[in-house]
Design a binder for this molecule. Structure first.
Ligand SMILES: Cc1cc2nc3c(=O)[nH]c(=O)nc-3n(C[C@H](O)[C@H](O)[C@H](O)COP(=O)(O)OP(=O)(O)OC[C@H]3O[C@@H](n4cnc5c(N)ncnc54)[C@H](O)[C@@H]3O)c2cc1C
Length: 336
């Protein structure tokens, strides 16, 4: 059981900045995110795009903003449970909460902040009838740790940057014993230099490039042993493999958050704008995941909401203490 003061569900920009604001009040945070890396939409959707409306930064790349937020939060030593989705919140008799993930990791705290943005990013799955039978038994939709594939035969699929970049990584560093990249078209959507790199590695015999083809079947006894590939001109053939990794992108869905008893309005959690609390005492909703009159889904608005919410959380955690606002210019940043 992971013990902390505030469990933050969602490690996007808003969740990360909330760690800093909570830290100033000497409250510890632990973040849970279904993605393998922090940063939410900024890291997952547009890391290389400049943002122009972060106060004090005329222009900042979304990925650099996340790096800065991680650095700012670091003195307060946040904990992370990454690559796991929070699936249940159970209120305890003393008013505290246990949050459990899809992998069974449990977290306990008096306060929960939902900073879930657009929700859980779910993988787009290829339409193969028995694919769920092989999930985590040879079929993976995200690569969390490339070392997991050391010495293994991998078939990747997709035409975007993710499929290209991971094929290059696994092949170039000699991690996988065999890398095949299957793509249904002859052209790719990813960056031109990544496409060229894949072609070069294919010519060097390090990647088996199978274009104008799709994986249409999965076979194995309990775990994956073979994929059936349909080539548009040559028809079906079978390829032995240890892993099939379709990287077709992720789509957001509110996911389990919708079932936790909140007032949901237009796919977002209704909050009280005095402190961004939900209808469940001790649970707050901040950032893109909440709604109220005049709501704007902007990063700077989420920063404000997290800042106000931790003040209210402090009063629940320390009802006996009076919190006096202290400027960082006066007190500095006293980490844990
Ligand atoms: C292309 C694009 C450009 C944008 N440009 C701007 C801009 O210029 N300026 C601006 O202010 N905003 C911009 N935005 C919007 C901005 O990115 C969002 O407002 C911001 O990301 C919201 O932050 P957040 O932390 O609330 O949520 P998110 O960034 O969505 O992060 C939420 C995280 O919660 C996780 N999560 C959800 N449910 C669960 C669960 N049950 N268990 C575990 N994890 C969960 C998700 O995996 C995700 O990582 C842009 C958005 C896009 C897509």
């Amino acid at each position: 059981m992971i013990e902390t003061d505030i469990i933050i569900i969602g490690a996007g920009p808003v969740g990360l900045f909330t760690v800093f604001e909570a830290g100033l009040l000497k409250l510890r945070c632990h973040l849970i995110d279904s993605l393998p890396q922090p940063g939410g939409q900024c890291s997952e959707i547009y890391p290389k795009k400049p943002i122009y409306d972060i106060p004090g930064f005329p222009s900042v790349l979304a990925g650099d903003l996340i790096d800065g937020l991680m650095e700012q939060a670091a003195p307060f030593k946040p904990g992370f449970t990454l690559g796991e989705a929070a699936v249940t919140i159970d209120k305890q008799e003393d008013g505290s909460f246990i949050v459990t993930t899809d992998k069974g990791t449990q977290h306990h705290a008096p306060i929960v902040m939902i900073a879930g943005g657009l929700g859980v990013f779910e993988p787009r799955k290829p339409p193969i009838d028995n694919i769920v039978d092989f999930e985590d038994k040879g079929v993976n939709y995200i690569i969390k740790d490339p070392e997991f594939y050391r010495g293994k035969r991998c078939v990747l699929a997709g035409g975007g940057d993710s499929a290209l970049d991971w094929s290059i990584f696994l092949a170039e560093k000699g991690i996988a014993s065999e890398v095949a990249l299957v793509h249904r078209s002859a052209s790719f959507r990813g960056h031109l230099d990544s496409v060229q790199k894949v072609i070069d590695l294919a010519e060097a015999g390090k990647i088996k490039l199978i274009t104008e083809a799709e994986v249409v079947g999965l076979e194995g006894n309990g775990t994956l042993e073979r994929v059936v590939i349909n080539h548009q001109k040559e028809g079906d053939f079978v390829k032995e493999t240890d892993y099939f990794i379709p990287l077709f992108g992720l789509k957001p869905s509110l996911g389990p958050i919708a079932d936790w008893g909140f007032e949901i309005e237009k796919g977002a959690i209704r909050v009280d704008t005095r402190d961004y609390s939900t209808n469940i005492k001790g649970i707050y909703a901040i950032g893109d995941v909440n709604t109220y009159e005049g709501k704007l889904k902007l990063i700077l608005c989420g920063f404000h909401e997290g800042t106000i919410a931790v003040q209210s959380a402090f009063a629940i955690i320390h009802p006996e203490k009076k919190n006096v606002l202290k400027y960082t210019t006066v007190n500095g940043v006293q980490g844990f």
